[in-house]
Design a protein around this ligand. Structure first.
Ligand SMILES: [Zn+2]
Length: 409
């Protein structure tokens, strides 16, 4: 396999971080399949020395990952609040109404589009996972089951018309054919229309040691500076950016067609580029320091777990997210440390975590078994989870948050 940058096609010579071998993170194991063979793929991220895009080669195909995807966005409360306030703000800012068209790429179960439907604005969701799209259709959110790219964009532009607002939240990281995807947005966007996209910010990933957000589903990791170059290559200009707390620190970028003078460029864009430059985002050496930090985090977490188990403590997990899979597999944490984990998503309950085979139960299991420690795997939701689970204090239970480094609450 020739290893070329998926944006600029330069050869990839430099490893960003090597997290060993890992199974795809959403393939939760059914009890009857526990003794079957599992496929592990390399989890080695590279940095392009020409455009500074951090990326995983396409070890696992999108068809394998996304056609039956277990993540239903609606299960996270804070995420829903975040989406509702986005819908309120964007409708007002760009004056969307019943004559507008809102299209969301990777619309999941319709968690976001529902807020536009409530306002009487026509919507269309594009979602590659059939089982997830069905959930959207049951909620009366028009959704087509497709991967997005230039071909889908041409079809939709012809059959249904272009979009006034084109949304892509947490999809840009998931796209292997990046240039075809961004070109598709150019095609589907109405003249005068707006694209907004949210994705985890590479600068935060590095600063806060969020190595577990690297998994096979996430093909690319972006700084603002690099994403601006990618959009510019396809005739789209970034005119605004917001920094969000979601997923450990994300960016929301706003794009329009090149030459659309109705969208003045906000000073936040230049300010963020200055900060990225100061943080060393355009110097290869900056990226080389990350790997050692990751190894140290693993050693510290294992030291803590070994001590806790040595003292006779019981440990349960909370959540079975993709990032948890990277953490557990990379650190080699199985039922020797964590008895079980729990997840609110019924789709995951009764199954086992990929590779590490930790059983996944309903959250009530924690109340029943009263573990001494609860390891929070979706650490980006730690405040919400600690509040929901505060009852573990009654038996002296404490929380372990593994990232940016192991911390007990
Ligand atoms: Zn490149």
């Amino acid at each position: 396999m020739k290893n070329l940058c998926r944006f600029c096609e330069a050869p990839l010579h430099h490893v960003f971080v090597d997290l060993g071998m890992s199974p795809p993170c959403q393939t939760h194991i059914e009890p009857h399949a526990l003794n079957d063979r599992e496929t592990f793929y390399p989890l080695c991220a590279y940095i392009c020395d020409r455009c500074f895009l951090v990326q995983l080669p396409e070890y696992v195909s999108p068809e394998e990952i996304f056609t039956e995807y277990a993540y239903f966005s609606s299960y996270a409360d804070t995420w829903l609040q975040h989406m509702k306030s986005y819908a309120d703000t964007i409708v007002q800012r760009f004056q969307l109404d019943k004559n507008s068209r809102v299209v969301e790429i990777a619309s999941n179960d319709g968690y976001l589009l529902q807020y536009f439907v409530q306002k009487g604005i026509p919507v269309l969701g594009i979602e590659p996972a059939g089982n997830v799209a069905e959930a959207a259709l049951r909620n009366n959110i028009p959704t087509i089951v497709k991967f997005f790219g230039t071909q889908t964009a041409h079809e939709l532009a012809t059959e249904k018309g272009q979009a006034d607002l084109l949304i892509g939240n947490n999809v840009l990281a998931h796209v292997p054919a990046l240039n075809d995807f961004v070109e598709g947005m150019k095609i589907l966007l109405k003249p005068g229309g707006v694209v907004t996209m949210e994705f985890p910010h590479l600068m935060r990933l590095m600063a806060e040691n969020q190595f577990d957000t690297i998994y096979h589903e996430h093909f690319s990791y972006y700084s603002f500076t690099t994403v601006e170059k990618i959009f510019a290559e396809h005739g789209l200009s970034l005119f605004d950016v917001e920094e969000l707390p979601t997923h450990g620190g994300s960016l929301r970028i706003y794009a329009c067609h090149d030459g659309d003078t109705s969208k003045p460029v906000d000073c936040r864009t230049a300010e963020l580029k200055r900060r990225e430059e100061a943080a060393g985002c355009a110097r290869l050496e900056t990226y080389f320091t990350f790997s050692e930090k990751v190894k140290q985090t693993k050693r510290k977490l294992l030291e803590f777990l070994i001590r806790a188990k040595g003292a006779g403590n019981s440990i349960a997990g909370y959540g079975a997210p993709g990032k948890g899979n990277t953490l557990l597999n990379y650190c080699g944490i199985r039922t020797d440390f964590v008895d079980y984990t729990v997840d609110r998503n019924p789709y995951k309950q009764g199954k086992f975590t990929p590779g590490t085979h930790i059983p996944i139960h309903h959250p009530d299991k924690i109340r029943q078994t009263q573990p001494d420690f609860v390891l929070i795997l979706p650490w980006n939701l730690k405040d919400e989870i600690m509040e929901q689970m505060s009852y573990i204090r009654a038996w002296g239970g404490r929380f372990i948050v593994p990232i940016p480094e192991v911390k007990i609450y």
